[in-house]
Design a protein around this ligand. Sequence first.
Ligand SMILES: *Cc1c(COP(=O)(O)O)cnc(C)c1O
Length: 482
Amino acid sequence: MSNIKFFSNEEIPLEMHKVRIVQKLSLKPIERRLEAINEAGNNTFLLKNKDIFLDMLTDSGVNAMSDRQQAAMLIADDSYAGSETFTRLENKIKEIFNMEFFLPAHQGRACENIISKVLVKEGQIVPMNYHFTTTKSHITVNGGTVEEIFTDEALKINSTNPFKGNIDTDKLKSLIAKHGTEKIAFVRLEAGTNLIGGQPFSLKNLIEVSRICKDNNIILILDASLLSDNLYFIKSREEEFKNLSIREITLKIASLCDVIYFSARKLGCVRGGGICTNNSALFERMKEILPLYEGFLTYGGMSVREMEALTVGLDETMDEDMINQGPIFIEYMVNELSKKGIPVVTPAGGLGCHIDAMRFLSHIPQTQYPAGALAAALYIVSGVRGMERGTLSEQRNPDGSEVLSNMELLRLALPRRVFTLSQVKYAIDRIQWLFENRELVEGLTFVDEPKILRFFFGKLKPVSPWQERLTEKFRKDFWDSL
Ligand SMILES: *Cc1c(COP(=O)(O)O)cnc(C)c1O
């Protein structure tokens, strides 16, 4: 797709699929959106779908399925044990990852539960490029500690480094030297590092990490939930490996890891998950507890329909024209916003476009949640729902003081193959209008603050009537437009 040029020289991403099933959307007038965000306590998690125009909250479980996936769901073989559907999925895993053993699970965090229960002992550490929320919880619940060993580039909002998700191998070596191998439960590498903006690791980095782990007899585990984006970035950004096919890159990656697990809500565009390995001893230990938490070994909490669709989805992930749709749309959005001077995380990653609220709303103190305020403001002016990833997503210190986040981001996820270019352009247009009018946006303050996971259920209010003023200005500029 990347080598299709337009005579006009316009640089736009081109879809390599056609849309055959559609879902109607509606855009409610701004007055209703103002009401809706207040009913939701200024928390985009609490908005109702009927009030949302473009849902950019997450890429989890909301990616578009293909016609082949939908068709496969009809031939699913339902049985508690020994279903043909499971055998087809198991065989596809063998083909794609060259891994002998496969355990199905109902989603990504369920895999993390099984892995952590079996491998993490009290007092052990788990080095990784960056944590993911559910991963960290499962490791800590089992008495372990997460040690993040990212490179200096990882947390820079603006960088030209194409692989901000890499592990700093010097830090890995010093951790091993300091603690000894006994204290390390396993090393975890996350593909398309979620919380730092969907940033990939390079194959070169994985080769080095894998060598260090092998030399020290440490298990290396890949979180492959966002592998499809990472595969595309290796193929398109890593000169050394550009002649390898997506299948070859995948096999190479798998050959360097002891365990691969994934959330199929992202990888394979369905809803489910799984753990793959060639290590039979480890497989036996995980297998023992799987029926306790997930279900029998041939379904693990997934419906047979989802498993059939996953088998096809994994196969389609090997198609570059399929996996590049997300990244090239995100790159378009990031480039267009950058050109307009709007602060975004660069380089573009997978998963979504991330707006830097710290700079967008530099007049709002972090204690008044700039990223949360930006999420509410963008919803009001566009009907686009994003997700706050900043101080609001942190938890207070035991003494009640705020933990100020390193970054204040508004994440606009682009579920794969869901939105059209004109919808992305609409979002860009409204973000630009909001940027021009950013001084009208002020902060938020809690009215109902849960002690844990406050970003899911907490309710807030604006510190002043700024939302009414924003709505008034919108009306003046857009007249009778929604
Ligand atoms: C989403 C995600 C998970 C958790 O998967 P669920 O299916 O939501 O439980 C784990 N790791 C990463 C990197 C993810 O993006």
